[in-house]
Design a protein around this ligand. Structure first.
Ligand SMILES: Cc1cc2nc3c(=O)[nH]c(=O)nc-3n(C[C@H](O)[C@H](O)[C@H](O)COP(=O)(O)O)c2cc1C
Length: 196
């Protein structure tokens, strides 16, 4: 069975919704999956005192925290983060910065890497976030799988995305559909490559 890990950070819950849609798509394609959030770096008192952050934490409370084994276990991995000033969150970067020992062993070489993100505004940094996030995968010798325009309705060739507006805009059904279909495609590609 193909193994797909979806490893992400989400403060308010939007990226979590997209991650869950990717996982669902991978399962629909027959993959075994692991949905994993990375450890937060925001102080506990801030997480509790901010309504939006408290809600984001609550809806993700049952998601397990990512560990390095989730990466070595998987044949394909989708990495997701909200945009922070056009770049990856410190939380996801912090997790990726712990993959040095895996890099030293070439443990992720040949695995499929895919990326997803979201931002407040349509041009708020979706592309720059995915492009800057993806460099770590080159160093690991991973095989980067973009979305291209291969899925009907795709508007983001780099990977699934959402627009959160002022935060009150939920991830849309069309954004979730694209993410789900991309998750299925990721599972199919990872299955072929795992058989090499
Ligand atoms: C420090 C910070 C920087 C941000 N930078 C951007 C940005 O450059 N462009 C943008 O459109 N949205 C930006 N946002 C909005 C986030 O991308 C948005 O809150 C996030 O996508 C919501 O995802 P989540 O619900 O998974 O946490 C920023 C938010 C924060 C807190």
């Amino acid at each position: 069975m193909t193994k797909i890990a979806v490893v992400y950070y989400s403060a308010y819950g939007h990226t979590f919704d997209l991650a869950a849609a990717i996982e669902k798509g991978a399962q629909e394609a027959g993959a075994e999956t692991r949905l994993r959030k990375v450890r937060d770096l925001v102080p506990e008192e801030v997480l509790r005192s901010n309504k939006g952050l408290a809600h984001g934490g609550e809806i993700q409370k049952d998601v397990k925290e990512a560990v390095l084994d989730d990466l070595t276990w998987a044949d394909g991995i989708a990495f997701g983060t909200p945009t922070r000033f056009g770049n990856t969150t410190a939380q996801l970067r912090n997790f990726l910065d712990q993959t040095g020992p895996l890099w030293a062993k070439g443990a992720l070489a040949g695995k499929v890497a895919a990326f997803f993100t979201g931002a407040s505004t349509p041009h708020g940094g979706h592309e720059t976030t995915i492009l800057t996030l993806s460099t770590f995968a080159y160093h690991h010798g991973m095989l980067i799988m973009p979305m291209g325009y291969t899925i009907t309705g795709s508007v983001d060739p780099y990977g699934p995305t959402y627009i959160s507006g002022d935060g009150s805009r939920a991830v849309g059904e069309e954004e979730k559909r694209l993410a789900r279909e991309f998750g299925s495609a990721l599972a199919r590609v990872a299955q072929k490559l795992a058989a090499r």
